[in-house]
Design a protein around this ligand. Structure first.
Ligand SMILES: [Zn+2]
Length: 235
């Protein structure tokens, strides 16, 4: 096992709505999650859910045995090991992603929030529900402001083929690249994001950026990692 830390940045390509569950009468019917300094942030749980879905899709493409969901009985299941199951919490910890600025000296910019009208649509009848015009708040952060966070955990490194990265870490990095939406109202274009791994530490040692640049790009690499992952999760 190697203690793995993946540092990443998230850039918003469109406004993001991660609901706080709160309303602000007269301003918005649903407001976004914000921290004590009134800054929008992305909770680790949001990224965890999106990354799990992305790694699931990746696993299918690579013919890695699928997770059986709540009934999963494969003790080596990649998804259950990393993200948890009803039986165990999972190896990875997801920190919240925050914007680097916004200190006491440099307070947040209120323009980073916007409120837009929405109409609640009845999905079956495809018509607007009567009286259900609502105001939804978004975090509307300019693209030069990035959210940064990290994922960490003791991740298995059955690196049978002596690849640049443990196959599990490679799968996580590919998964991060596949995540392109976060939060709510995604079907209407909200929450479009670009995620980049900025640093990888394995037992405290940084993995070269050359390894980051080539991730997922070479067909040979994909084939090798797919084989390694299939071996790793074979029950
Ligand atoms: Zn599973």
């Amino acid at each position: 096992m190697k203690f793995t830390v993946i540092e990443y940045s998230i850039t918003l390509n469109s406004p993001l709505h991660i609901a706080s569950g709160l309303e602000a009468p007269g301003y918005a019917d649903r407001i976004v999650l914000r921290d004590k300094g009134n800054m929008p942030y992305i909770p680790g749980s949001s990224l965890k859910g999106a990354l799990r879905a992305a790694v699931t899709r990746l696993g299918r493409t690579l013919s890695v045995p699928e997770c059986g969901g709540a009934e999963c009985s494969n003790p080596k299941c990649l998804l259950c090991r990393l993200f948890g199951s009803v039986k165990s919490p999972g190896l990875l910890r997801f920190g919240d992603a925050r914007i680097a600025t916004g200190t006491a000296e440099e307070p947040f910019d209120p323009a980073w929030f916007s409120v837009r009208n929405g109409v609640q649509i009845c999905r079956q009848r495809r018509i607007a529900r009567e009286g259900l015009l609502y105001n939804l708040e978004y975090a509307d952060v300019p693209s030069d402001q990035v959210f940064t966070g990290h994922i960490s955990g003791w991740v298995g490194d059955d690196n049978l083929l002596d690849m640049d990265l443990p196959p599990t870490v490679w799968a996580l990095l590919c998964g991060l690249r596949l995540v392109d939406k976060l939060g709510g109202n995604r079907s209407r274009g909200a929450g479009s994001v670009r995620i980049e791994a900025t640093k990888i530490l394995l037992n405290g040692e940084a993995v070269g950026t050359g390894a980051l640049g080539s991730i997922g790009l070479s067909p040979d690499l994909i084939e090798g990692y797919a084989y390694a992952l299939q071996e790793e999760v074979a029950a």
